[in-house]
Design a protein around this ligand. Structure first.
Ligand SMILES: C[S@@+](CC[C@H](N)C(=O)[O-])C[C@H]1O[C@@H](n2cnc3c(N)ncnc32)[C@H](O)[C@@H]1O
Length: 204
């Protein structure tokens, strides 16, 4: 049987939680704690949550968390982990903002990591996040800095990371304020180390 494609998240869900992904989620969680004043009163949504590694790393500091993902396999793994941990303030939803209407529910925090490089029209999704936030609510997005395409390989059609100035201007154009874009961590992949940024901002 051939190895699953890097973007076949249904196929990869069963083996997603390896040591590297767990470390990556911990590093991104630490960066989020540095840039956002998290609180147990915050109702949060993670977009592109996968198996929930990042949400599980932050749940002690947040109120209820909704884990949104377009992959049925990823959602099934996240559901299984939530049930196994007997957690009652995390839930999983099927959401793909390139396909679905913007939900009417509003959140105090939307966070995401390593997902927007899979989304063709990022400014449109950032505008959707703006609509999904309460006034004063926070958006926090971590992803790869510009890379040479080697992270996924030539056969995969994704953004090759993002230029920080572009991310900043997209966030401002979407209506966000207090925009910051800082170093997040390094992500190890295929024997190389890729720098990642963390962008944070607020809906006024
Ligand atoms: C590289 S994985 C990252 C998963 C998780 N954030 C992590 O760091 O372990 C990207 C995730 O985004 C999801 N995804 C990709 N495109 C999406 C979209 N348009 N809407 C929602 N989720 C999406 C995938 O199913 C996958 O779970």
């Amino acid at each position: 049987m051939s190895a699953p494609q890097l973007t076949d998240f249904d196929a990869r869900a069963q083996t997603w939680d390896d040591a590297g992904k767990i470390k990556r989620a911990g590093d991104v969680a630490a960066a989020i704690r540095r840039v956002i004043p998290l609180s147990r009163s915050m109702k949060a949504l993670e977009y592109g949550a996968g198996t929930g590694l990042l949400s599980f790393s932050l749940r002690d500091a947040l109120g209820p968390i909704t884990l949104a993902d377009s992959s049925a396999g990823m959602r099934a793994m996240a559901e299984r982990k939530i049930a196994a941990a007997d957690v009652h303030d995390m839930r999983v939803i099927d959401l793909d903002l390139t396909r679905d209407a913007v939900p009417s529910e509003r959140f105090d925090l939307i966070f995401s990591t390593m997902t927007l490089h899979h989304v063709p029209d990022v400014p449109r999704v950032l505008a959707d996040f703006h609509r999904m936030l309460e006034p004063g609510g926070w958006l926090c997005h971590s992803d790869l800095d510009v890379e040479d395409g080697s992270f996924h390989g030539p056969e995969v059609d994704v953004h090759h990371g993002f230029e920080r100035g572009t991310v900043r201007s997209w966030l401002m154009a979407a209506g966000f304020a207090d925009v910051s874009v800082d170093d997040c961590c390094h992500i190890e992949n295929r024997g190389r180390s890729y720098p990642a940024f963390i962008a944070a901002c607020r809906r006024p």
